[in-house]
Ligand binder design. Structure first.
Ligand code: AGP
Length: 609
């Protein structure tokens, strides 16, 4: 996902722009660039590849000079990743420079129209068209030209724009892509992501779709889509820049794995008041719940796996049917959703395009929308009827860990809250299960402590395998899905999660001498069943790495290796069982020398469909 940043103040812009871009590297990119206003002219520096290439070109930010500017990390959508296609892009007359996160869907028609008027384009990008369109609309008023040009555009865009006629001003525009304004003292900022700003200011304004921000040295004015000034609340960022730094860990991913007990505690704590669960502003009354005949959870990737896990707790406790749907499939399957459906949208970034589109489809069909999101003020958070923030703090590694476990505990809390409202659990069971949820941070810490030393050794044994199976039943199968994705996305080993009982219907044909099989055995009701599946694969030569609790004596006898976790209430067990699977993927990837925090081809948030 691209990242944009803008600055205006009384110090050189380049170092601040480059620092902000470095804090957005985790979003995934293939080129970067900055444009700075320097004595009435726009100076642009950009480079393909990592930010270090741009730092070289700018002599580590000593050049270009100038007190206002914009910056960009590009994740290519239109045009190959190269110096010409990277941003910023400049208008034909050199008066405007622009950076962009998103996609302009009608750029081709506008490009044709402008070409006919004599505009000459140098890149393949949709963004360059916007720069020329602003030039075409310009009659001396920067804001008017931007607004007129933007009114022609269709699609998703967060723009940062500078104009050589307006030296102290940078313009920001938000439409279906995140954009935050930062308020400083004698300087102001904007960026796609709070992490780019938090070391300069904690006072931010979240722009809404259709809004423009005129960011000047002396202040910021926000306009609505027809140019009227609007008052916006100033929010305070709840975490420090250290939270978005490695803190001595070799990788963000390991730091975020270790942060999970604290993150899960942060997710739970504000939702327990006087021994009762409260779901923030989501007043889900008994009457509303009885009007719901189905819950649809929709998400992508690990967030989808969180839904697959949380489904068991929700169905077990509320007896409301739950469907878990891939967001990228949801809107193409003519979904059966209406006013009796509660949709739970799960997304760490709150910007995943497929998930946002599924939310909009569900809203169109009349469903009530609850979003479980980590990034405050993100698009999905703003579109939903109700939001439960994960409060996990910034998650920088592309492979989610604390984002996943905090999603799980919010789904568990929802399940128990709804069960109580529906009178499906008595006071004793409610208190017991609430105690189980509140003990999850401790259990997760225990799982980390039990495996942090042993798993690197297991990783050495299994890191060079061509493929890996993850098997389990019920809740164990759901968490096996997440374990296999972690392994795939950071170690690049092909891994497949399979319902253990399903293996014999075909896939067991793939098991041969030495095939590694991770068997998740944390569902207490199904231990014997999974044990028989372990024997099935071992009979065909598999090497079994079991995941269970110490009390499960049989498993230790059958498996070649065992990863232990503390025994946990079955339908809350995924939040603990996933810990060794995260660590296994991390240390296998480390043994393979992979780029763990920024895996190839992946972005932290996929804002394209
Ligand atoms: C998880 O490790 C991956 N990075 C990916 O599957 C991710 O979970 C998915 O893209 C959804 O992202 P979201 O939670 O930000 O919507």
């Amino acid at each position: 996902m691209c990242g944009i940043i803008g600055f205006t103040g009384s110090q050189n812009a380049a170092p601040i722009l480059l620092d902000g871009l470095s804090r957005m590297e985790y979003r995934g990119y293939d080129s970067a660039g900055i444009a700075v206003l320097n004595r009435g002219a726009i100076e642009v520096e950009k480079a393909q590849g990592r930010l270090t290439n741009l730092l070289e070109k700018t002599d580590n930010g000593k050049r270009p000079q100038g007190f206002a500017g914009i910056g960009h990390t590009r994740w290519a959508t239109h045009g190959a990743p190269n110096d010409i296609n990277s941003h910023p892009h400049v208008s034909g007359d050199g008066r405007f420079a622009i950076v962009h996160n998103g996609i302009i869907e009608n750029y081709a028609a506008i490009k044709e129209e402008l070409t006919a008027k004599g505009h000459v384009f140098v890149s393949e990008t949709d963004t360059e068209v916007a720069a020329h369109l602003i030039e075409e609309c310009y009659t001396g008023d920067f804001k008017a030209a931007v607004m007129k040009a933007v009114s022609r555009l269709e699609g998703a865009y967060a723009f940062g724009i500078i104009c050589s006629d307006f030296p102290g001003t940078v313009f920001a525009v938000r439409q279906a892509a995140p954009l935050i304004v930062g308020l400083g003292f004698g300087e102001n900022y904007f960026a796609s992501d709070v992490t780019a700003l938090v070391s300069y200011t904690k006072n931010v304004i979240y722009l809404d779709d259709g809004e423009f921000a005129e960011v000047r040295t002396d202040g910021v004015t926000i306009y609505d889509s027809i140019g009227r000034p609007v008052e916006k609340p100033v929010s305070k960022i709840a975490w420090s820049i250290e939270a978005a730094e490695k803190g001595g860990y070799e990788h963000f991913m390991l730091k975020e794995i270790v942060e999970q007990p604290a993150a899960v505690k942060e997710a739970i704590a504000p939702r327990i008041k006087g021994g009762e669960i409260v779901l923030d502003d989501f007043d889900l009354t008994e009457e509303k719940l009885r009007n719901i005949n189905k819950i649809v959870i929709t998400a992508c990737g690990s967030a989808y796996h969180a839904g697959c896990c949380g489904r068991y707790a929700i169905e077990k406790l509320t007896r409301i049917p739950v469907e878990v749907k891939l967001a990228s499939e949801f809107r193409y399957e003519d979904p059966i959703v209406d006013e009796h459906t509660l949709m739970i949208i799960v997304s760490q970034s709150g910007e995943t395009a497929d998930t946002k589109a599924a939310l909009e489809e569900g809203k169109r069909l009349g469903a009530e929308i609850l979003a479980i999101v980590n990034v405050v003020g993100s698009s999905i958070a703003r579109l939903a009827d109700h939001v439960l923030y994960e409060w996990a703090g910034p998650e920088i590694a592309v492979a989610t860990t604390k984002g996943f476990t905090t999603q799980l505990v919010l789904l568990y809390l929802f399940a128990l809250y709804a069960a109580k409202k529906l009178d499906r659990v008595d006071d004793f069971e409610y208190a017991r299960l609430l105690g189980e949820i509140c003990s999850l941070p401790k259990r997760i810490q225990n799982a980390i402590d039990l495996n942090m030393v042993s798993i690197p050794r297991l990783a050495e044994k299994y890191h060079d395998r061509g493929s890996m199976f993850f098997i389990g039943r019920n809740t164990d199968y759901a968490v096996a899905l997440e374990g296999s994705l972690k392994m795939k996305e950071i170690s690049y080993i092909h891994a497949e999660a399979y319902a253990a009982g399903e293996l014999k219907h075909g896939t067991i044909a793939l098991i041969e001498e030495g095939t590694p099989v991770v068997a998740v055995c944390c569902n207490e009701d199904l231990l014997e069943k999974t044990a028989s599946n372990i024997l099935e694969v071992k009979a065909r030569g598999a090497e079994v790495l079991a995941l269970s609790f110490r009390e499960n004596r049989d498993i230790i006898a059958h498996a070649d290796d065992v990863m232990f976790v503390p025994k946990t209430e079955t339908f809350f067990s995924e939040a603990v069982a996933v810990i060794p699977l995260q660590l296994l993927a991390y240390y296998v990837a480390k043994a393979n020398g992979c780029d763990i925090d920024k895996p190839r081809n992946l972005a932290k948030s996929v804002t394209v469909e």
